[in-house]
Ligand binder design. Sequence first.
Ligand code: GLN
Length: 292
Amino acid sequence: MNTAEKKVPCQPIAQLLREGTQLLAQAGIEGPRREARLLLIHALSLTPEQLLARSPTENVPSEPFFSYVNRRAAHEPFAYITGSKGFWSLDLAVSPASLVPRGDTETLITSLLEYRPDQTAALNILDLGTGTGCLLLAALAEYPKAHGVGVDINPQAAILAHANAQRCCMSDRALFMAAEWDAALVPDMRFDVVLSNPPYIPTSDLADLMPEVREHEPVRALDGGDDGLNAYRYICSRLPFLLVDGGLAVLEIGIGQEEALRALASTNVLRVVDVKADLAGIARAVVLEKQA
Ligand code: GLN
């Protein structure tokens, strides 16, 4: 054994999986065996099939596996450890600059497809609070002739979203910028579609979120103010100026916010076209239209 080999401690695959599972279980992680296996796959840069094909007695490096396991045991989101997350048809880079894209948020894309079924349309799309860019990029993937702008208050998120546009080969159709909502947009610029998953958790509820969210995801992307509605008040007040006549807005909402959104829509002369539930049956996507 040469000196370089000595520096890398190795253990049998079965033992790593056993110890990793145990550490994750002790930390209260759901599905500890599954997560340990996925972290080992990531640590060894293997596919799931390649790991299955290995003998459980084979010795493999125990790092970075154990550092990943310890991060996960401290409730860091799985996607921040692996650095990527699937959203819709895309594989996106993630970082603590932005929320990890949620499956619930895909409800906005199914809603958009339902109300704008012509996928050859050259839509001009705005994504407010874009984060990873997931909503804008998923929409652009579905409408190959569309283009759009994604805005985030955090410059690191705008950089991340731009990297994701390049990763998904859509950087010729997506412009990302750091700004407060629409403040930096050209005045009078109108969009066919506005998408947004704004912060909507009431400030007093933040402490009750799961540790993955509370301790690791950016609070600015979550905190919706005293009643959780601050962002919607601003966005709904601006939609009449951001949408073309007949334009569509699809906004994500939190649990129990449907009625408040309906009220904000009517105050701002926006028609509520539909409210779509996510896979858990929770009203999640509000579809609004600016009447001509
Ligand atoms: N759905 C997210 C959560 O439950 C919150 C996202 C948001 O505030 N936009 O953690």
